[in-house]
Design a protein around this ligand. Sequence first.
Ligand code: 3HC
Length: 677
Amino acid sequence: MTSPVRFERHDDVLVIISDSPPVNALGAGVRDGLNEGVSMGINDPAIKAMVIRCDGKTFFAGADITEFGKPPKGASLQDVIVMMDSSEKPIVAAIHGTALGGGCEVALACHYRVAVPSAVMGLPEVKLGLLPGAGGTQRLPRIVGVKAAIEMVAIGDPIPAKKAAEVGLVDRVVGEDSLEADAIAFAREIADKKPIPRVRDKTVAPDPQAVEEFKKKHGRRMRGFDAPAANIACVVAASELPFDEGLKFERTEFVKLMEGTQSAAQRHLFFAERQAAKIDDVDPKTTQLRPINKVGVIGAGTMGGGISMNFLSAGIAVTIVEMQQDALDRGTGVMRKNYEASAAKGRIKPDAPEKAMGLLTPTLSLDDLADCDLIIEAVYENMDVKKELFTKLDAIAKPGAILASNTSYLNVDEIAAVTKRPEDVVGMHFFSPANVMRLLEVVRGEKTAKDVLATVMALAKKIKKVAVVAGVCHGFIGNRMLSPRQIEANKLLMEGATPQQIDKVHTDFGMPMGPFQMADLAGVDIGWHRDPSRIESIRDALAAEGRWGQKKGAGYYDYDEKRNATPSPRALEIIEEFRAKSNLPKREITDQEIVERTLYPMVNEGALILEEGKAQRASDVDVVWIMGYGWPVYRGGPMFWAQNEVGLKKVVEGLEKHKFKVAESLKTAAESGSALK
Ligand code: 3HC
């Protein structure tokens, strides 16, 4: 096999070039090539300095994640880095694109770094449940100090070249289009400079205050994760231990994380997210996408406004329709306020609100949607209302326009059937707040055209969503799996558990909230028949008493004016009364039973969804639950958790113990030890 690394001599400078698409990951071939190139440079008397650069869209974007967990092959990254570091001839890293993880570590082991203005550098390993395992935690703080290093390794966000130059990570920002020439010229400038600067020779002062402040500020987002603390410990070690001992500490911590379940889960999510974008029977290379330059959104409420913001932020014009002027004004006012709040917090550029709002056309007339390439309705969740609207849209929309419903439960085929163009109809289920939540369920109707599906999936990426294809079924993937959880949680209340106990099991598991905290947030009155004399469930009883959740200061919990929850004696009384009426005995419920009865049925439902072909793959189900419902990232999603943390056999046993009808595919996979597909 030919090496992905080639060497070019420019008189006394050897340029070592990696060409390993798509991201120049540091796989065995690349490491071997680097090894060979650097040895060649060291041993050739005609060479005075070396430049390492990459072809394609980026400098090394990190270790090759697909190699993790497999037997090691070729030169190790650590060995290559030691050789580079100790070279008596200076090496210059010439950076473009994203120098991430192991790629950033290669750059740090070089003696100099030059970068184009658009480059970014970072150590994002923490996002994979890991830490930089090739000296990054020891070298980075020696350049940028403990405080900045902790920010970079424990959060994992990259920094742009300009900032990198300010903090000393980059020695020179060079021309965007002249990286190689500028890097060679730079190499000649420094070729004879002695001593050669090596990061390992520097020291860094401890900064316990910065460590404490970071932990205080970010404690909440790090809750449950192992990797951030390990990253911080390594940076602290860099400030306390000699370089080689620090490296050993880093290695031990790296191996611990690599062998743990959290990193496996987070790496699973990395690939799952990318896999989700792929449609099994649609070839992106041969599918012509429909151009989407203008989007129509019907409904200027919370959902419609949030949906519109996604497109406006991506520079796509939006026409937004409401029925009444005051509702339209209110909706667009909220959008403007949201943008302005983001600008005030420095999350977007100061002129971004004007730019985005300048792309918005508010109107009261559906006819104004005639020139839209995609129309998304976000109106009341009612089949008759949607059918009426789609009938009208069919008459208004131009040929080839995509007609989408933001329904969260309804049958997209039934909606499509009222039009003469069911092939142009698709579901686009956004999650609230739609301008923030990253998940988009793209519902593929029976007749949805392949190019429509492919266009919507590509558009999702453009508006920075993670899109998952779902088939038509009640609640699609996410809400369908939510349903058995809610049903069981309610049954458990009847049998003697409290809302606090059930919610705590879920939050201890890592969910942002439990079923009853969620009900209080969404509104206990949602779906209530509004007849106080008809009390058929605890929820009815709460709703009938005006305990509609957070908005009323009372629901399953009591709330103060800042919406802080406390257990509610009245809600517990209502639960007791309701249980007494039903003549159900009260018993002690264990936390384990709550797990088995609320989480295992979700896995079962996920398996049914896969059996019915309503999701393309098990990892898509995981993406939905992580991105849309806050399933803890470090547990990899319900299907990954069931297979890798609990074990399918145990899940099946738990379901059978509690008399659930177990999905056939789940039983088979548990018996055969195979994976759910
Ligand atoms: N290893 C293996 N494959 C990788 C990879 C990596 N480090 N990074 C990306 N890929 C693959 C993706 O899976 C995807 O494959 P696909 O086309 O088959 O789905 C393809 O490359 C393109 O990736 P993206 O779709 O993500 O492309 P983008 O252009 O949107 O983003 C990127 C590029 C910013 C580089 C992004 O891919 C990324 O963030 N990659 C991971 C970076 C990272 O985490 N590096 C650290 C790795 S761990 C490490 O280095 C340990 C070390 O300390 C020892």
